[in-house]
Design a protein around this ligand. Sequence first.
Ligand SMILES: *Cc1c(COP(=O)(O)O)cnc(C)c1O
Length: 468
Amino acid sequence: MELDVFRKQAHQMVDWMADYLENVSQYPVSPDVVPGQIRASIPARAPEQAEPFEQIFADFEQAILPGMTHWQHPSFFGYFPANSSPPSVLAEMLTATLGAQCMSWLTSPAATELEQRMMEWLRDLLALPANWTGVIQDTASTATFCALLSARERATAGRGNLQGLHGQPRFTVYCSSEAHSSIEKAMRMAGLGSENLRKIDVDQAFAMVPSELSLQIHRDREEGLTPLCVVAAFGTTGSTAIDPLGPLAQVCQRENLWLHVDAAFAGSALILPEMRIWAEGLERADSFVFNPHKWLMTNFDCSAYYVKEPQTLLDTFALTPEYLKTAQDDQVYNYRDWGPQLGRRFRALKLWFVLRSYGAEGLRQIIRQHLEWAQDLASQIQAAPDFELLAPVTFNTLCFRYLSPQDADLDRVNQTLLQSLNASGEMFMTHTRLKGVYVLRWVLGQTRLEQRHIAAAWEKIQATARAL
Ligand SMILES: *Cc1c(COP(=O)(O)O)cnc(C)c1O
């Protein structure tokens, strides 16, 4: 593509992007397609001859867009949001244009140093301990993998990396029965084995019970196993439950275990001083992850991983072949040594754009507003005689179900309700099970969410349920 064509197309595309964001609420949130349909509409072979950009873009609008789930739709209430925002999109355009690899300081000094600064900004905005050091990982899954590997290497004095795990103790790791599946995946990838992950019982609020944790650690030691690490949740994926960090930190200190805190979604709420009471004890953790790419207006991927001792992370990951050696190695951060990836995107730029465009106060206002709407909606659901809430609403996630007066099979009723709501295209929600009970999850966290979208969805949910 010649640059004059690029210039012309880019101008038009930015107009398209602004129109899309302005009108995104008019699209069905999730598409009406069957598996295989989109693939079948794309030619089986790559073209031999160049095609004009107009044609490519027309096909994007015609074949791809109708098959997209619109995560930036204000009535996207499913999973957790993957918020983007205009300043973040602009930064991503620049990142793509610069096309830099940010693996070493030398391969892009500004990228490394901006990342250092942005991790300091975020650390201070969340009131995390001033001696923690941060690095941007692609996802929370990767950060949790880093935590388990670091714990493993600390416990084996680096022999796991050099000799493998043969001859090492059988290590056990602990999380709650509500913890995210990324922990089990990390157990597998770290060679620790998912059978050595202990899922500790939760209380009525779906938070880990510290006495159960202590008991299980005791039983495992009796059997000759070696407890290694506890992964605590600050906001579980099912219901945003908060494990009691203070008591868990105490257990970890007593037992000499690594404490990793997974705050992938809810961590962003710590920019609000009034939410920090929920994180008491967090300062005693060895590592902590939260995702600005979920709730902090920053495009995927951007996961902030903090550690108390960066040297342990470096001992786990640093490996410098001759062709990557630079003259500055002992004066700088080379982020390739801070995680699994060698090549890295320039992800700090979008954080810089977002944090400056909104300002801390702007971001606090948005998150505070989401939390207020969630409390308001919780009262409305509680007041409806034929609906119930099934988990405490601490953040902006509501777990609820319809109590059908006619049909006693509430799991099935609520499955049907969810299908019907999502098929309408007017909203999108997802579900989970809490203590075996099928519940709908309603997350109020979209960048473009306004109160009227919540009100319209609540009307729709009630009407659809009562007409089932
Ligand atoms: C979303 C989520 C994850 C996984 O996040 P990725 O960045 O997609 O890996 C992990 N833990 C919790 C609690 C989450 O909510």
